[in-house]
Unconditional design. Structure first.
Ligand code: ADP
Ligand code: ZN
Length: 745
């Protein structure tokens, strides 16, 4: 009898609810470790699998052997795997897909069709970069003398200890002959070394030192530091008004963790990952920082990931996917602006990084700090229920007052800029201070309407109106990028008189130019920041005082610290209220509070003009009066009456497809099956729908949704799991289950 081969459990990145067993052939024993990827036979394909670990026996009769091992180092630790298993179970997503999502894009295996139609799998994706380095050789003596330039090169190499070829080139220009000569003479040695692509691009930052904390900051820090010393899980809500010094608390808490040899993970909304924020961390900590965000190339992302995995970075700052950073010994996880909806991934694995921070923090015995000036209603409620420890910073640093807010009542369809706002802009300009004018709508007009038939121009692929962009000369769909020349003609009646309705940032810029011809204007929205680095360039123009008025969408509402901004104008405070979403009031309150918080962050007090049609609306009024207490009280009452979170748990089925009939039939079948299973399980779950999604057509797909509401999370999950095991889905229809949905559009 031959001794039986070891068996391993492998997850495969496909939409399959199970894992698979494989044999490890003798030649691969010792390298088929947990956390490595393996190339495995699967049907008649070869796929990448993730090794989860050894298993003692398998009830599968004929196991196949794996083909090869793709990594020399494990990609995740057992503790990380425990986290991924939790994620897979909670979000009802296959483990292999979870692992694929968690790994950096650059690492993934690429498959291509071979000549005979067979699928060939290539290990790789991105590869490590290598660069030439030069080192001085000690004690080398020679009678022959190198030339003057070679001697200068040698001096630099000796002074630096080692130096890369590109750096030598940038100092001396072409110097290959000199280097060759120095090498021949045995004075220097050349070697090739793996280098990491540097997302900071060698940006230099002046070091700073911790500031003495004010009373509330100190209390907050002491509490977090005590947790760090005990190395145990403790979740916090750091609830501090804009400009109260939350970031300073984060920095000092991280210092405390670092001093004890622990690492830190910092999650921020994508939009806040500016050089300004990363600069503050660099200034405080110098090196050892890794950053992860969508602006990185696959190569940069892969390099940052490996630096973290190898323990070369101790502080990781990133957008939502950084929750999967391969960081060991995590002492503290910070989620800044925790209320931001961008922490939620909206397709594939629909995770919420804010929620996962608490889960990972528990597994890592870490302190988890959720920070916000305007916490999510659910987060604040959890703090009041003492599921999170509440740390408050109720005042701005150095006693700076909150800005003075004036509510200006507007008439529907009137001018975009009210006389008080125009006067305030003129006065601010005269004082040589800066202003921000906020309008959460890009483009020129909101849309074009045909004067002959009265129909607005809509997208042929999506059920939304097209936005008129004058500079581009196009009407554009903001969902699918469909564009037609504009103004153009009416597609319904061929009418040629199209009139503009509503206003976007582009038109606002033009109106402000007419109003203040001498003002230097800057516009910041996704149209003006699409180029690499353009975001940073616009911000630095604001910082160095070469702009007077910054016009922008929500992109300017967050995280920026412009000390010279003393005036903030909000053109249309209710822009975000019209959404058919139970969180519309919450989002409006948060956005307005953030925008208001941009004013008066320096030594000069700020002032804000909020224009609104309905100045009595509670979210607008509360934001204007800095009345957080009032807002949360009213909002919680509404949530309780309507049975929305935090008084229930939600899940949504998004059903979509190209055939309207197919989608309708599948949606109805799904709801029927859910009703039936609910009866079998006797669980308390409310099943709403199927209803057409608010955007019924998107990129040509018809969309319906079913919303589930349950007082108990356990009931909800039992129903979802049973549905998953029983459902039969039409192959032409896609059903996505979204746990704790954020976007219901
Ligand atoms: P937040 O993150 O709450 O908006 P920041 O941490 O950015 O607030 O602080 C606002 C400003 O006040 C920053 O310029 C910061 O450097 C400064 N600051 C923070 N804490 C202190 C302190 N204790 N003493 C002096 N200045 C401080
Ligand atoms: Zn469209």
């Amino acid at each position: 009898m031959t001794p039986s081969l070891p068996i391993i459990e492998v997850a495969i990145p496909l939409y399959l609810d199970r894992t698979f067993h494989y044999l490890v052939p003798e030649s691969l024993q010792g390298s088929a470790e947990t956390g490595h990827r393996a190339l495995v036979p699967f049907g008649n394909r070869k796929l990448t699998g993730y090794i989860l670990g050894p298993v003692a026996t398998s009830d599968v009769a004929t196991l196949k052997p794996i083909i090869s091992i793709l990594d020399s180092e494990p990609l995740w630790t057992p503790r990380e795997l425990e986290f991924y298993r939790w994620v897979a179970s909670y979000y009802q997503h296959p483990l292999g897909e979870v692992l694929r999502t968690a790994l950096p894009a650059g690492i993934n295996i690429q498959t291509r069709k071979g000549t005979g139609g067979e699928t060939e799998t290539l290990a790789g994706g991105k590869t490590a970069l290598r660069e030439k380095y030069y080192l001085p050789l000690a004690g080398a003596t020679t009678s022959r003398q190198p030339g003057a330039k070679a001697l200068a090169v040698l001096a630099v190499i000796q002074e630096q200890g080692d130096i890369s070829a590109p750096e030598l080139r940038s100092r001396f220009g072409a110097c290959i002959p000199q280097l060759k000569r120095l090498t021949e003479l045995g004075l220097v040695r050349e070697l090739e070394r793996e280098v990491y692509r540097d997302p900071f691009k060698k940006q230099l930052v002046n070091r700073d030192t911790p500031r003495p904390l004010h009373g509330h900051q100190k209390q907050a820090l002491d509490s977090i530091a005590a947790t760090l010393d005990r190395q145990e899980f403790a979740p916090y809500l750091l609830y501090g008004v804009t400009g109260s010094g939350k970031t300073e608390v984060y920095l000092q808490a991280i210092s405390h963790a670092r001093a004890a040899g622990m690492n830190a993970l910092v999650l921020v909304p994508e939009i806040a990952l500016t050089p300004q924020l990363t600069g503050r961390f660099q200034a405080r900590f110098g090196g050892g920082i890794a950053i992860l965000h969508s602006g990185l190339s696959d190569g940069e992302r892969y390099d940052e990931w490996r630096r973290i995995r190898r323990g070369l970075a101790h502080i990781v700052i990133g957008a939502r996917s950084a929750i999967f950073a391969p960081l060991d010994s995590i002492g503290i996880i910070i989620v800044d602006e925790e209320h931001e909806s961008s922490f939620k991934q909206s397709d594939g694995l629909r995770y919420n990084a804010r929620d996962l921070a608490l889960v990972r923090g528990r597994l890592e015995h870490a302190a988890v700090v959720l920070g916000s000036a305007t916490p999510a209603v659910t987060t604040l409620y959890a703090a009041r229920q003492e599921r999170l420890q509440l740390l408050e910073l109720p005042e701005r640093v150095q006693g700076r007052p909150m800005p003075l807010v004036q509510l200006v009542e507007m008439k529907k369809g009137g001018d975009a800029i009210s006389p008080p706002l125009a006067a305030a802009l003129a006065a601010t300009l005269e004082e040589h201070r800066q202003s921000i004018v906020f309008l959460n709508r890009r483009g020129y007009a909101t849309f074009l309407v045909c004067s002959d038939c009265g129909k607005p121009l809509t997208c042929p692929n999506c059920s939304v109106t097209l936005t008129y962009h004058r500079q581009r000369g196009e009407s554009l769909c903001h969902y699918c990028d469909y564009a037609v020349p504009a103004p153009g003609t009416c597609p319904s009646c061929n009418g040629t008189t199209l009139s503009e309705l509503g206003i976007g940032t582009e038109k606002l810029e033009q109106q402000l130019k007419e109003l203040q011809p001498t003002a230097r204007l800057l516009r910041m929205d996704s149209d003006t920041t699409s180029g690499k680095g353009s975001h940073g360039r616009l911000l630095s123009k604001m910082n160095d005082g070469s702009a007077d008025i910054l016009i922008g969408t929500q992109m300017i509402a967050k995280g920026h610290d412009f000390p010279e901004v003393t005036l903030v104008g909000v053109v249309n405070a209710e822009a975000s209220l019209g959404m058919p979403d139970f969180r519309a009031a919450e989002r409006t309150y948060q956005l307005l509070s953030q925008v208001i918080g941009r004013a008066g962050r320096g030594t000069i007090p700020g002032r804000v003009i909020l224009q609104a049609v309905d100045t009595e609306q509670y979210a607008i009024k509360a934001a204007a009066h800095h009345d957080a207490e009032g807002f949360y009280r009213q909002e919680l009452e509404f949530r309780q009456e309507a049975g929305y979170p935090p008084f229930s748990h939600l899940a949504a089925y998004a059903i979509s497809g190209l055939s309207e009939q197919g989608v309708t039939a599948q949606a109805e079948a799904t709801a029927r099956l859910l009703m039936q299973l609910k009866g079998e399980l006797k669980v308390r779950v409310e099943i709403l729908g199927p209803a057409p999604a608010p955007i019924y057509r998107l990129r040509n797909r018809f969309r319906r949704q079913i919303l589930l509401k349950a007082p108990s999370r356990n009931d909800l999950h039992r129903l979802l799991s049973l549905w998953r095991s029983r459902a039969k889905v039409d192959a032409n229809v896609r059903i996505a289950v979204d746990i704790d949905p954020v976007d219901l559009m």
